[in-house]
Design a protein around this ligand. Sequence first.
Ligand SMILES: Nc1ncnc2c1ncn2[C@@H]1O[C@H](COP(=O)(O)OP(=O)(O)OP(=O)(O)O)[C@@H](O)[C@H]1O
Length: 672
Amino acid sequence: MGQTLTRAAQAATLESLRRQFFELGRVPEAGLPAPVMRSWQRCRKNGLDERDMRRVDNATRSEFSMARERNGRLLSHASGVMEHLYEQIRSSGSLVVLSDAQGMILHAIGDPGFVDSASRVALQPGADWSEEHRGTNAVGSALIERSPVEIFGGEHYLQRNSILTCSAAPIFDPCGQMLGVLDISGDHRAYQPHTLGLARVGAGLLERRLFEADHARHILIAFHDRPEGVGGLQEGLLAVSGEGEIMGADRLARALLGIDERPCTSLGGFANLFRTALGTMLDRAARSPEALLELELRNGAVVFARARASMAFHLSRSPLSSPARGTASRAATRARSAAVAAEGRITLEHLATGDAALQLALDRAGKVIGRNIPLLIQGESGVGKELLAQACHNSGPRASGPFVALNCAAIPENLIESELFGYVGGAFTGARREGAVGRIQQAHGGTLFLDEIGDMPLSMQARLLRVLQERRVVPIGASEAIPVDIALVCATHRVLSESVKAGSFREDLYYRVNGLTVYLPPLRERSDIRCIVERLIDEDLDGRAPGSVTVSEEVMHFFERYAWPGNIRQLQNVLRVALALLDDHEDVILSRHLPEEIFSSEAGATEGLPAPVRAPVAIAAHAARTRGRRLKDVQEDTILRVLAEYDGNVSAAARALGIARNTLYRKLGRDF
Ligand SMILES: Nc1ncnc2c1ncn2[C@@H]1O[C@H](COP(=O)(O)OP(=O)(O)OP(=O)(O)O)[C@@H](O)[C@H]1O
C-alpha cells in the first residue's frame, strides 16, 4: 500500500523530472531509479526522440516464425509458466509477455481489455521491444541491465508508452547466457507493487524447468546452505551422471557454491566439489528419501541436500556405451530405488534402466498416456507387461483413479463374463444375492488392464467390443447400461495379428485394442541386465542396506549370457533364492548361491528359442569350469558337452552353440 502511494506520488513528480531531463537537458539528481536514469541517458545518446510517434515495423511473418522456431525450447517451457503467472494477475488488466534475447515479443497472454490498449502501443507478438527501438522499457532495459527491472508510467522514455507499467525479469541459462525476458505489463493506473516479484519468480521457475528438462536423465541434487532453503525457490540444483560426473549446476547452485557462471567451466566429478562421497549420499537417500542430508564441501562448509525423487534418475545408458559398472552407477541405481520409495508408485521413469528397445517402448507408451488411445503391450511372459501397464497408469492423469487388472487366460471361460461385466443379484444360479460389480465398472475413472487378451474367448470378445464402442457396460441380468470411463491397456504374448488371421481373435476388436502397440524385449536381448539385477537385489534385501549385496563378476557375466526363458520373473526368483542362500556374513552372490536348475540344460529352457540366443547358455554355464585352459581344449570340451546334452543330435547341438550344422560337422571332423 505504502509502495502504491509512493508510486502514485511519483507519477506526479515524474512530470517535473521529465521536464528537467528532456527540456532543460539536466540529469535529475534524485527521484529516478538508477536503471531508469542509465537507460534515459543511453536513449538520448542513441538520438531517440521522446515524442517520437512513428510506427516501428513489426517482424514480418517469416521473421517472426523463424524467431519462434529458434526459441522453440524456451517457448515450449515458457507457456506453462506464463499461464501460471497469468492466473495470479487475471482480471487485473495485464499482459504476460515473453521476449527473446533481442527483445522481440514471442508470446503474450492477457486480459482482453488490456490486450487492446497494449496493441495500440505495439506490445504484441512480433514487436521489437529492445531499448534501441522503444527507448526505456522493462523488456529492453532488463536485457541491458541483466537484472529485473520495473518501468512505471513516465519512466518510459517514449511519452506514448507512459500509459504502461512493466515489470520484467531476464531468463538465463546456467552459464549466464541470456535466453529472453519474462515481463508483466499493465495500465500504470493499476500498478501493483508485487508484480516485479512475480516476474522474477516466473523467470526463476522457467530457468529451473529448462535445467530439469536438460538433465531429465541425470540424478538431480537440490541443496541450500540452510536446511529451510531446500525445497524453496532459492535452492540450487546439481545434475550428476550415473558415473558421478557433474553434468550441470543451475545459476543458484553456482551462486551457492561460489562458482563464477561465466566462463562456464566444466565442474568435473562430484568429488571435486564435495568431501562426502556420492555413493554415501545416495545410500542415505535410498534409506530415507525424505530426510535432509548434510553434504560437506571441499572447503569444509556444509550444505543441506535432497536427491530429487521426481526426476526418478532416468539413466539413459546407451547400449553402445560400456555397461554401467562401478560404484557411482550402482549408486545411481540405488538412488532410483529411493525415488520410487519416495513416490511409492512405479512410473515410466522408474522402468527406464538403459536398454534402447525398452526405452523406445517407454517413450512410445508415454506419448499416448491420457489421450484415450488404447495401448497394446506385446512381449514374452515375465518381461514386465503388467508393470508397464501400471507405470503408464501411475504416470498419467488417471493416477489417482483405480488400476484394475484381469488375466483373461487365468479365469475359466464361463467366469470371464461375470468378472468383466458384473451381475445383478440372482442373475444366474450361484450368483451372490447382492450381485457383483465387474472389473470394467471397477476401473471407472482409472485404467483397465486386460492381460493375455489374446486368450479371451470369441463370445466375450464381441461383448467387450460393444463396451469399448459404447463406453457403457450392462451387467449380467441388468436392463440398464452403466456409463464407464476407462483407459484401456491390454497385453499379450501372442502376435495378435496372427490370431486374427487364424480366426481366434476378432479383427474389429483387434483394431479397438490396438491404438498403439509397444513391444517389451525379452530379458536375454536387453543390454541393461546389470542394472536390473542391482534393482531386483535392492528390492528384495529384507533388512540389509541397499547396495550392501552385490553379484560377482562371474555370475553377472553368466546372467548377461543366459537365455532367461522366464525373463525378469525368472531372474527375480533366481536372485531371491541366492539372497536366501547367503550367509549372514556374506554379501556377494557367487555361482554356488544360484539354484542348480539354472545350469542344467532343461532349465536353460532353450526349446523354441532362436539359435543365437541359445548358444551362450551352454558356453556361459561352462565358463567357470574352463578358465585358464587353451582355447582349443575349451572349444572341444564345450562341443562335446553340448553334444552329450542333446544326445548326440548334431542339429540340436549346433543350434544350441549358435553355429551352422556344417560348421559343427567340420569341427568334429577336422579340428579335434
Ligand atoms: N523393470 C522391472 N524391475 C523390477 N521388477 C520387474 C521389472 N519388470 C518386471 N518385474 C517383475 O517381474 C515379474 C513379472 O512382471 P510382470 O508380471 O509385469 O510380467 P508380465 O510380462 O506381465 O508377465 P505375464 O505375461 O506372465 O503376465 C513381476 O514380479 C515384476 O514385479
